[in-house]
Design a protein around this ligand. Structure first.
Ligand code: SAH
Ligand code: MG
Length: 223
C-alpha cells in the first residue's frame, strides 16, 4: 500500500474532481475573473463546491445564507442547487470582492434570487433578524473565523428546525488541536467547534476536508 502523502492525496482529490466536479465555462470564468481582479484564492475546492451543492439539494434547500462571498465561487455552486424561485443571500465585507462576485453571478445568469449585502457580516445578520425574514434552510459560514461564534449565535435566530449550518476551515491544518491557539482565526475555529459540540440546539460533526493540507467542514443540523 502507498503511504499517505500529500502528493497521493492531491492525486486522489484530482481523480474525484475529474469524476464528479469537472470545471465548466461558468466556474472557470468565475475563478479567472477573481484572479484577474487580484482576489485571494480562498475559495472552496471544486469537490467541496460539489459537496455544498449536494447537501443543499439533499435537504431541498430553497433559502440559503452564505457568510463570506469572496468572488462568488461557492455562491455559484450553492445557487445551482436552488430552485428557480429560491433565494441566496450572501454577505461580504470587502466591496471589491462583492463587486467581482456580483458581476460574476450576474453573468452566470443564476436563476434564484440573489441578495448580496456588503458590510460586516454581524451587522448584516442583525439587519436580517430585525427585518424578520423567513427562515433559512442552509447556512454556509466562510468569513473571518474569529467571528464564527458570534455568527453562530445570530444565525440560530435565522434558521428553521432541520436546517443545516456548515462552517468552512474549522481544522486549520490541525492548529485547532492546540489548547490555546495564538492566531485569532485558529482560536475562533476552535471556539466554534466547541460551541457546536455543546450547543443543545445542534447535532454536529466535522467532515474532514483533506487536500494538500488538512481542514474540515463543520456540519450541524438544527434540532
Ligand atoms: N466562500 C468563498 C470564500 C470566502 S473567503 C468561496 O468559497 O468562494 C472569506 C471572505 O470573507 C473574504 O472575501 C473576506 O473579505 C470576507 N470577510 C472577512 N471578514 C468578514 C466580515 N466581518 N464580514 C463579512 N465578510 C467578511
Ligand atoms: Mg473557506
Amino acid at each position: 500500500m502507498e503511504p499517505v502523502t500529500a502528493e497521493l492525496i492531491e492525486r486522489i482529490d484530482a481523480c474525484i474532481e475529474a469524476l464528479f466536479a469537472p470545471s465548466d465555462p461558468v466556474l472557470a470564468r468565475n475563478i479567472a475573473d477573481a484572479q484577474a481582479a487580484g482576489l485571494p484564492s480562498f475559495q472552496v475546492s471544486p469537490n467541496q463546491g460539489r459537496l455544498l451543492y449536494l447537501l443543499a439539494k439533499l435537504i431541498g434547500a430553497r433559502r440559503v445564507l452564505e457568510i463570506g462571498t469572496l468572488g462568488g465561487y461557492s455562491a455559484t455552486w450553492l445557487a445551482r442547487a436552488l430552485p428557480a424561485d429560491g433565494l441566496l443571500v450572501t454577505l461580504e465585507l470587502n466591496p471589491r470582492h462583492a463587486e467581482v462576485a456580483r458581476r460574476s453571478l450576474e453573468r452566470a445568469a443564476i436563476t434564484p434570487r440573489l441578495d448580496l449585502r456588503v458590510g460586516p457580516a454581524a451587522d448584516s445578520l442583525r439587519d436580517l433578524i430585525r427585518s424578520a425574514v423567513p427562515p433559512f434552510d442552509l447556512v454556509f459560514l466562510d468569513a473571518d473565523k474569529s467571528g464564527y461564534v458570534e455568527y453562530l449565535g445570530l444565525v440560530l435566530e435565522l434558521v428553521r428546525p432541520g436546517a443545516l449550518i456548515l462552517a468552512d476551515n474549522v481544522i486549520r491544518h490541525g492548529l485547532v488541536i492546540d489548547p490555546s491557539p495564538g492566531d485569532p482565526n485558529d482560536a475562533g475555529a476552535k471556539a466554534y467547534n466547541e460551541a457546536i459540540a455543546s450547543d443543545p440546539r445542534l447535532e454536529s460533526l466535522i467532515l474532514p476536508i483533506v487536500r494538500a493540507r488538512v481542514d474540515g467542514l463543520a456540519t450541524s443540523m438544527v434540532r
